[in-house]
Design a protein. Sequence first.
Length: 223
Amino acid sequence: MARPIRANAAATKRRVLTNASYLFSQNTLGGASIRDIARESKVSLATVLHYFGSKEGLYQACVESMYTELEELQSAVGPTFAAGGTVEEIIQGAIKTTLRFAREHRGAIRLTLRDVLDEGEVRIDRRDKFLVPFLDQGSRAMATLTTRSAAELRLLLQSLSHLIVRYSLSSVRELAVVVGLEHAVDLESSEATPEIEERVVAAVEKHLTQVALTMLKLNGATR
C-alpha cells in the first residue's frame, strides 16, 4: 500500500530540515545555499520554497527545531535531583548529564549559538519560550540545594550553562590539551579513542562540578 501523501510530505519536510540544520550549523546563513540544501535532501528547489517560503524562513525553522531538540535536556536532568544523595552527588550528576547531552547535540548548539551571534541576543519569542522557563525551573531546582533564593541563582545558572556549552563544543584534542592529557592523543589527527575521550570528558565534568559547588558556596556540603 502506498504511503499517504501527508506522510510523504511530512517525511520530506523533516529531511529538508535535518539537512538544512546540518549545513547551517557548519556555515553561516550566507554560506549554505538553498540549492545545496535541496540537493542534499534530494528534492527540488521549488519543494524547499513550497514548505518554508524562503531561505530565511527555512533558517528560522531550523533554529526553532534545534531549540526544541535541546528542550529534551529538562527530562534528562530532572531525575538527578529526584534521586537524592549528597549535594555534591546531585550537582555532579546534573553536570555529567548536561555536558554529555550537549556533546551529543553539538549540531543543535552550534546553530542556536550562530543565531545568537547573528542577532546579538536570543530572539524575544524564543527567549520567552525557551530561555526564561530554563532559568526559572533550573534556578528553583538549584535553590533546593542551598539557602539562596531562586532569584539569586539565575545568573549563576546562566554562567554554568555558558561554560558547559563551550566545553561541549570542544574537540577531544582541545580538551586533552586543556586537562593536561595532550601526551595521550595525536594532536595532528582528529581521531581519539573512546577511552581517551571518556578520560578528558570525565576530567571536565569533575572540574565543572567543583566550579558549581564553589559558585554555590557548597564545597563539602551534604544534604
